[in-house]
Ligand binder design. Structure first.
Ligand SMILES: Cc1cc2nc3c(=O)[nH]c(=O)nc-3n(C[C@H](O)[C@H](O)[C@H](O)COP(=O)(O)O)c2cc1C
Length: 193
């Protein structure tokens, strides 16, 4: 895939083909992508938990919140469209590392890019019930969940559009559950001196 085409299509996906698990070769690339991510001071403070057992992914699902712009009721994937894998992005509790969320962002982008290279879509998730998920996944109390990432083969498209005349950046979903994501125009974003 051409790099700019990859960046155009590497969107957030929120409905998945629940009958298709993540193949081992894709998981191997996602793990290597996590390992290779840049890290402030090269401290590599993050740890990950990759969850693919259907019992656990289904147990986690109710504690993840989807598409706030649409209301959870509309945004939440229906039965048969749930993620087939989650990754928990973890760090030491009360970490003093000022760059921890930059590291997490870079690592998540590496991981979702490797997944997308294999045609696997994802949704990074900050709107999650951390206490419940920690309990379900038996995460060590010394670790904190920064984010979850949901994965699966997409069951919809997502298209970048220009903001409408009101300038709203609110994404939308049509009757086929395809997403449309407004992105600001370059002229409104970047100045060249
Ligand atoms: C740090 C972060 C946290 C996010 N948390 C959630 C979330 O909890 N639930 C959700 O449905 N989407 C979540 N998203 C996805 C954003 O809503 C999405 O990136 C945005 O709508 C733009 O769409 P795009 O990723 O296709 O460009 C999150 C994205 C980021 C970067």
């Amino acid at each position: 895939m051409d790099i700019m085409e990859l960046l155009r299509t590497k969107r957030t996906y929120r409905r998945f083909d629940q009958s298709r698990p993540i193949p081992p070769e894709a998981l191997a690339d996602m793990m290597e992508a996590a390992r290779l991510a840049s890290s402030a001071g090269n401290l590599q403070p993050l740890r990950y938990l990759a969850v693919q057992s259907p019992e656990l992914t289904e147990a986690v699902f109710p504690y993840t919140y989807w598409a706030a712009a649409l209301t959870d009721e509309v945004g939440r994937p229906k039965e048969g469209r749930h993620p087939v894998m989650y990754w928990a992005v973890l760090c030491e509790k009360d970490s003093k590392n000022a760059s921890i969320r930059v590291d997490a962002g870079l690592a998540m982008d590496n991981i979702i890019t490797a997944a997308w290279y294999h045609g696997i879509g994802s949704c990074m998730m900050g709107n999650i019930d951390r206490d419940k998920i920690r309990e379900i996944l038996k995460i060590d109390p010394s670790l904190e969940i920064l984010y979850m990432i949901a994965f699966g083969y997409p069951a919809h498209t997502s298209t970048v559009v220009s903001p409408d005349e009101t300038g709203s950046l609110k994404y939308s979903m049509d009757a086929q559950e395809n997403f449309f994501v407004p992105k600001r125009e370059i002229k409104d974003l970047i100045q060249i001196l």
